[in-house]
Design a protein around this ligand. Structure first.
Ligand SMILES: NC(=O)c1ccc[n+]([C@@H]2O[C@H](COP(=O)([O-])OP(=O)(O)OC[C@H]3O[C@@H](n4cnc5c(N)ncnc54)[C@H](OP(=O)(O)O)[C@@H]3O)[C@@H](O)[C@H]2O)c1
Length: 331
């Protein structure tokens, strides 16, 4: 019987701790498609599965990993057959369902995306949920009228996964990108992936007593939220869009109505988890066609780690110390 390894989070000494465990194929969950996982990647949400009370995981032991890419081993659904290259991100993967930090995975067919033409499993996971979220954010801003040439587009949390990909994709599409980061040591990195300008989040604060600031941004990709979002909304140009995808800076939203009723600003919520399959496939096709990273960009943004280094990478992402993306090689 085939044995496989997976990173497992379980209670030990009253703490949730990650460790690598062996499983047999009989341990695989329900689902129509069995996949030999080639690569997964580390996201902030994977880190949250190791913190009690976040509500992401209801049952331990748990295998995290909200992303995977690999090859179909078997499928009872006719949409897929042995040998197909596929990817899965979101839905219940790594949350209500065992995830991609595993050499084998089994998932419902309705979660599976055929690998877009020209994209490798490694590049797909270098992007993963973070790259998909960045791409969905740009896609939704463009549906709301954003075009290159309208002014600078701001990206927050720019050294993180969503932020790094948003910077590089926007630059590739011809946008003028301003990258916001708390890490002054990473300015050269952000310029190397496409930022024309970098700023510190503290530079965005409105002068005391003012609810609106000077109109600066044609759009903004914001995976940070919290007080940062308040300041961004106050400085978006007339008719501009802000896509909100994350909350590393906090979950509260404090704003007046003025950006919306005086400047027609759009605040667009971004959800990669339950994003409908037709939109999902459109965005992955755009990634493969327009935003596929070249070798130099992959070298700058991505580092590959084995399964054994995952516990350290999870700790790093939780501490906000991750630069770019960690891709996990599984087979
Ligand atoms: N809506 C969705 O479907 C979706 C999908 C993917 C991710 N997300 C969410 O998006 C967020 C970012 O994900 P990610 O994968 O990019 O994470 P990440 O790689 O850990 O990057 C997050 C970045 O946020 C900034 N940051 C961290 N702590 C902060 C704080 N206390 N205050 C202000 N900035 C802080 C840091 O950038 P700097 O140091 O450069 O400022 C950090 O690199 C998370 O909240 C995640 O859950 C949501």
């Amino acid at each position: 019987m085939e044995v496989y390894r997976a990173l497992t989070v379980d209670w030990k000494d009253s703490k949730l701790q990650p460790e690598i465990r062996d499983y047999s194929v009989d341990d695989l969950p329900e689902g129509e498609v069995t996949i030999r996982v080639a690569y997964s990647s580390v996201n902030y949400k994977d880190g949250l599965t190791t913190i009690p009370g976040t509500g992401i995981v209801s049952h331990y032991p748990h295998v995290p990993g909200i992303d995977l890419a690999g090859t179909v081993l078997a499928s009872s659904d006719r949409s897929f057959k042995e040998g197909d290259e596929v990817l899965v991100t979101g839905y219940g993967l790594g949350a209500s369902h065992p995830g991609g930090f595993s050499e084998l995975a089994r998932v419902p067919a309705s979660w599976v995306v055929p690998m877009p033409s020209g994209l490798t499993a490694k590049a797909a996971m270098a992007l993963g949920t973070a790259g998909f979220t960045a791409a969905l954010s740009i896609h939704r801003m463009e549906q709301n009228g954003l075009k290159p040439g309208q002014g600078p587009v701001l990206v927050s949390g720019a050294t993180g996964g969503v932020g790094s990909w948003a910077v590089s994709m926007l630059a590739k599409s011809g946008y003028e990108v301003t990258a916001s980061t708390r890490k002054s040591a990473e300015i050269e990195y952000l310029k190397s992936i496409g930022a024309q300008e970098t700023i510190s989040p503290s530079e965005l604060e409105a002068p005391e007593g003012k609810s609106l600031s000077r109109e600066r941004w044609a759009g903004a990709v914001d995976p940070v939220g919290g007080p940062f979002l308040t300041h961004v909304l106050n400085a978006v140009r007339y008719g501009g869009s802000v896509t909100l995808s994350g909350f590393t800076g906090g979950t509260e939203l404090a704003s007046t109505v003025y950006p919306f009723i005086l400047r027609g600003v759009n605040l667009i919520g971004i959800d990669s988890v339950l994003c409908p399959m037709d939109v999902r496939r459109t965005v992955w096709d755009r990634i493969a066609a327009e935003w596929q990273p070249d070798g130099a960009l992959l070298d700058a943004i991505v580092h590959e780690i084995p399964l054994s280094e995952l516990p350290a990478a999870i700790a790093q992402v939780l501490q906000g110390r991750m630069r770019g993306r960690s891709v996990v090689a599984l087979s």
